[in-house]
Design a protein around this ligand. Sequence first.
Ligand code: ADP
Ligand code: MG
Length: 309
Amino acid sequence: MLSEFSLIDKFFKKNAPKNPETRLGIGDDCALLSIPSGYELAITTDTMVEGVHFFSDANPAQLGHKLLAVNLSDLAAMGVKPLAVTLALTLPSIDERWLSEFSEGFLTLAKFYNVDLIGGDTTKGALTLTVQAMGLVPNEQALKRSTAQVGDLIYITGLLGEAGLGLKIKQGYACQSENALIRFHEPMPRIEIGLALRGIASACIDISDGLVGDLGHILNQSGVGACVDFDKLPLSDDVKRYIENTGDEFMPLISGDDYELCFTVPPSKITLVPKNCTAIGIIEKESGLRLKKFGHIQTFTAKGYEHFS
Ligand code: ADP
Ligand code: MG
């Protein structure tokens, strides 16, 4: 049986820290980061619990990827460049094969975004995975939820409802959409777009719990409302077919896990919006979220996924 220390050495201490700001990585009581002058350190954490955030039969490599991706997505949403992460693992037992695949999925994505794994904790208990992610953003340039203005256009990156369709497939809906399954199991955080949106977006959030719920956070925190045009939502042919077959037209609006960015842009800056982003609506003075469909406007009441509800 591996000890905690040899487990860390074997699976998680593979790569030496790459970023010059990482002064000390895994191995001491704390890691050390230096923050360049003129920058702020952005910090976020997200936990995934077996049975709540992932199925018990989840592929460990995909789990490692997704755990890191959902945390990096929070950095992306604020226009932050990822720097380092810590990893807290609670494991029911030491399963070397599981750990090997999990760390492979985790570290491959970390390498892709040049993120240093600088520490963590390892404990015994029900399978629970926590990451804390840290990144750098120039002073005052972080994209927030609270700064959308009336008249700003609302955009989203990529496609909506792909991960939602992936979940429906996992739950038995018959459809062969590789893209939906990949978006569900291995989302890619929109880091590059988040960085490109500094100085352009007036507000930004990542779509983890569904567009309605997450855009709702921007609206509430900015003290504004919005109208979203259903016909402008970027949907794949597979999602369109799903809606035709099931009548479940709200799925792309309320399903989570897409990890696309939803952001607002003042009219003076819309020519600067990066490619692969779609304008889906407009920020309005009247509070609440309205949905325009076939020319009709209806108030949207259904909520995105909420824990403890
Ligand atoms: P302490 O008891 O002082 O908190 P630990 O024995 O928990 O230290 O951890 C020893 C070192 O290994 C620390 O640098 C810690 O950050 C790191 N570490 C522990 N678990 C993990 C993990 N799952 N992934 C990465 N680093 C870890
Ligand atoms: Mg410890």
